[in-house]
Design a protein around this ligand. Structure first.
Ligand SMILES: Nc1ncnc2c1ncn2[C@@H]1O[C@H](COP(=O)(O)OP(=O)(O)OP(=O)(O)O)[C@@H](O)[C@H]1O
Ligand SMILES: [Mg+2]
Length: 410
């Protein structure tokens, strides 16, 4: 009986140890699981922050929408591009941003067919109702069980690229027409010079007043033809030699007003000059740059037949550029004309009043000076005045820097 009791205690002790062991193991497993869970949570937080940083700092806009095409996120770059703040736009439908609804349908069809759409060019409308050319790449956004929960898209701003493309086309066009113009001008210039000198020779020898009057008309018209051929030649940069020097744009513009002072006065145009003092010099050909400002001011005068204001401003930009603006309160330029004004022979003026070369010549000259010429205009509508501003940027002359490309073109 004594032996039986001792065996029972031993058995109970064994069971107790077994339970204790299992409990310890359970505790250990629980501790490991807790550590793993914490680690997973930390990793998840890191991944969330990581993707948040990528989205926040991406140069392209990133947007997401649900399966109903309602916006669920709108990155800072997308906000900067379309001027909407995320709070005001979330929940809106994706297709509302498309200028042409049929392009949204096409994008959507591509996503449905291939599972994604890449490099899809279209135009979106920003908060100010302005068209923004963009390139879109969209694909499905997957949920935890790989089920599609919406779309994720990248929006790339194409404005700068489009701008560069059109400048490239413009320079190409100008170069081609320049060559053609030079050829034609050469051919016309010689017979024109002969005709002019012969008339000038005959004129003083003619007694009849009537005949002299007729010859004078011919002379005047031939002179106009010479102006055109000179315009063509200077357009193709085939004019006489150039002098490149470090010059002050203020002085360059001032000399133009010296010539046009009287014309501005009789045209009832008030000139408002804001010249920056101590303007850095630019490297260039004074004659050519004067020609540019002359063209711009003559255009401004033509645009204000009933008078108006002409603003000329100069300033330095980051010590790198000199900026000059010529602004008028004239008739302005329509959106359609704005696309063409730098093209040679594009004019809206009556025959005899404009050849359409002023701006294309100016464009060529500024490009040769490694500069930029830009235009902004508001077309006069409903009896309201328009306005036009030309901005010219020329690189500041730096000692030892490359000279502008002002060589004679062959
Ligand atoms: N300041 C301006 N305001 C309104 N329209 C302008 C202005 N400047 C240019 N334009 C428009 O641009 C067109 C082209 O200008 P551009 O100077 O090249 O040629 P043009 O003045 O017509 O002729 P040209 O200069 O050869 O005598 C003009 O016909 C006019 O329609
Ligand atoms: Mg002109």
């Amino acid at each position: 009986m004594k032996k039986k009791k001792g065996g029972l205690i031993a058995e109970l002790q064994k069971k107790h140890e077994e339970i204790l062991n299992s409990f310890n193991k359970l505790q250990e497993t629980f501790a490991i699981q807790t550590i793993e869970k914490l680690r997973a949570q930390e990793e998840l937080r890191f991944l969330q922050e990581y993707s948040h940083h990528i989205i926040e700092s991406a140069g392209d806009g990133i947007v997401t929408c649900d399966t109903e095409y309602r916006l669920t996120s709108f990155s800072p770059a997308a906000q900067r591009l379309l001027f909407y703040r995320s709070q005001e736009i979330l929940g809106n439908l994706l297709h509302e941003f498309f200028e042409k609804p049929e392009e949204f349908i096409e994008l959507n069809e591509r996503i449905i067919k291939d599972g994604y759409a890449r490099n899809f060019e279209t135009t979106l409308i920003d908060k100010n109702k302005k068209a923004v050319p963009v390139m879109l790449s969209f694909s499905y956004l997957e949920g935890p069980r790989k089920n599609p929960i919406g779309l994720v898209g990248v929006i790339r701003d194409l404005r700068e690229i489009k701008n560069l493309q059109s400048q490239l086309v413009q320079s190409g066009k100008l170069a081609a027409i320049g060559q053609l113009a030079a050829g034609v001008a050469h051919e016309i210039n010689n017979p024109l010079t002969i005709a002019l000198s012969n008339i000038q020779f005959i004129l003083p020898r003619v007694n009849s007043r009537e005949t002299r009057k007729v010859l004078n008309i011919i002379l005047k018209e031939l002179m106009r033809c010479t102006d055109v051929t000179q315009g063509l030649l200077s357009f193709s940069r085939e004019t006489s030699k150039r002098t490149i020097e470090a010059l002050n744009i203020n002085e360059c513009i001032e000399s133009v007003f010296f010539v046009l002072k009287y014309k501005l006065k009789i045209s009832k145009i008030k000139l408002i000059k804001r010249f920056a003092k101590k303007l850095p010099r630019v490297m260039g050909d004074a004659n050519q740059l004067q020609q540019v400002f002359l063209n711009l001011v003559l255009n401004a005068i033509d645009a204000m037949p009933k008078g108006g204001h002409l603003y000329i401003r100069t300033s330095a930009e980051n010590k790198k550029f000199v900026r000059a603006t010529v602004a008028d309160t004239g008739i302005g330029i329509s959106a359609e004309d704005l696309l063409h004004v730098f093209e040679p022979f594009y004019t809206t003026k009556e025959p005899g009043r404009g050849v359409g070369l002023g701006l294309s010549i100016s464009y060529g000259i500024i490009k040769d000076h490694a500069g930029e010429i830009q235009i902004k205009s508001q077309f006069a509508k409903n009896h309201k005045r328009g306005n036009t501003t030309f901005t010219i940027k020329l690189p500041v002359c730096v000692r030892g820097a490359a000279r502008p490309n002002l060589k004679k073109r062959k």
